[in-house]
Design a protein around this ligand. Structure first.
Ligand SMILES: NC(=O)c1ccc[n+]([C@@H]2O[C@H](COP(=O)([O-])OP(=O)(O)OC[C@H]3O[C@@H](n4cnc5c(N)ncnc54)[C@H](OP(=O)(O)O)[C@@H]3O)[C@@H](O)[C@H]2O)c1
Length: 347
């Protein structure tokens, strides 16, 4: 491992301004060169290897949770380069929250804005990048929404939007493992073919089709029993009429809304007071926030998902972009459907 001195510098991204409506542009961020931080007592400094690109990062910036001047937040996989922390040695790999920076501090007094605490990773057990994906927050999100909230039963029809994306690909496969008929909704043909041919979904329809509603009806002849919502907007409009009595919806996200003028993401199913205004009392709507499931479900999920992943039962596609300098463009690409699989920047 390279010896570090405190005179060494690193690159990182800071938020330049509070973004207005729309999608990320280079002008929203400042690329700076700064000293590598020196760890204090009970802290460590680690070099970022993988940086997770997640839709919520944009929401944080647009709603002001992240302020101009802040280092852009992001979950990471990294390697310890200097440790004053008794739990970690130099060379250890860990899941942590270095943000959009080449190096970062972890440990006492560091605010990680992360309900998923730093943990050591075993590089021989699974590829390191899975810790920010299928065996991390994304996988737990898919598990919480599909299995815990909606409890899909064998033979039921399970529909998931953004079906080839980070969360969607996992949610659909978990339902397939449960014995459901799984129908994906995705963008381009290549993504639709992937979820059917590689992930074993029963069908997939494109939201780019002008006949989305009819296509979905054909793919779901018995209606929809469970819907895992990642997108909102016109995709939900196509799903809603097909929801069966006693169906369940997990509202995981509404990515189509994240560039709207009102940054306090108006979830289409709710009004300002948090009451559902999707007017069907025979359908159960679950709002999903993965942080609520970490304490009770993370250990169980990790055990089950690691085994499925190891056995090839649970497949997982990643979309790597090389170079931290590409982070703003990578975030934009993911928010506008130009990723294919879980979006990761290889730092
Ligand atoms: N509730 C929670 O705790 C929680 C935690 C993690 C993630 N999430 C949510 O999960 C969802 C998926 O996140 P992810 O990280 O896995 O991203 P992702 O699915 O890998 O990437 C986003 C995908 O959304 C689709 N999309 C974007 N704009 C769209 C539009 N206008 N209409 C239809 N599809 C559109 C695109 O796929 P196509 O090309 O196929 O359209 C794009 O590839 C997001 O809504 C996110 O906010 C929620």
């Amino acid at each position: 491992m390279t010896e570090l001195s405190t005179t060494d510098s690193q690159h990182l991204w800071r938020l330049a301004r509070k973004p207005s409506k729309g999608w990320p542009t280079d002008g929203d961020f400042n690329w700076t060169e700064e000293p590598i931080p020196d760890p204090g007592a009970n802290q460590l400094c680690s070099r970022t290897i993988y940086l997770s690109m997640d839709p919520y990062q944009w929401v944080r910036r647009r709603t002001g949770t992240e302020q101009p001047g802040d280092i852009c937040h992001g979950r990471t996989v990294s390697q310890v380069v200097k440790s004053n922390h008794s739990d970690y040695d130099e060379g250890d790999y860990l899941f942590n929250t270095n943000g959009w920076s080449e190096f970062g501090l972890t440990g006492d007094g560091i605010d990680h804005f992360n309900y998923m605490l730093p943990r050591k990773l075993d590089a021989t057990a699974a590829p390191l990048s899975t810790a920010i994906g299928v065996l991390g927050m994304l996988g737990l999100t898919a598990y919480a929404g599909s299995i815990v909230q909606c409890d899909p039963q064998p033979g039921e029809t399970f529909v998931v939007s953004a079906a080839s994306g980070g969360v969607g690909q996992i949610a659909g496969q978990l339902a397939r493992i449960r014995g459901c008929r799984v129908v994906g909704i995705a963008g381009v043909d290549e993504k639709c073919q992937y979820v059917v041919n590689e992930l074993g979904f029963d069908a997939c329809v494109s939201h780019l089709s002008e006949t989305l509603g009819d296509d979905l009806k054909c793919a779901c002849p018995d209606g929809i029993d469970v819907y895992f919502e990642n997108v909102g907007g016109k995709v939900f409009d196509a799903v809603a009429p097909l929801l069966n009595t006693k169906s369940r919806v997990s509202v995981c996200g509404m990515i189509s809304q994240y560039g709207l003028a009102d940054p306090h993401i108006s979830r289409q199913l709710w009004n300002e007071t948090g009451q559902p205004h999707f007017d069907r009392n025979d359908v159960t709507i679950h709002d999903l926030f993965v942080g609520n499931f970490v304490k009770d479900y993370q250990t169980k999920f990790l055990a089950e998902a690691s085994a499925w992943y190891r056995d090839g039962e649970l497949k997982y596609r990643e979309d790597f972009w090389d170079g931290l300098e590409k982070a703003p463009k990578a975030l934009n690409a993911m928010l506008t459907g130009h990723n294919f699989g879980k979006m990761i920047v290889r730092v």
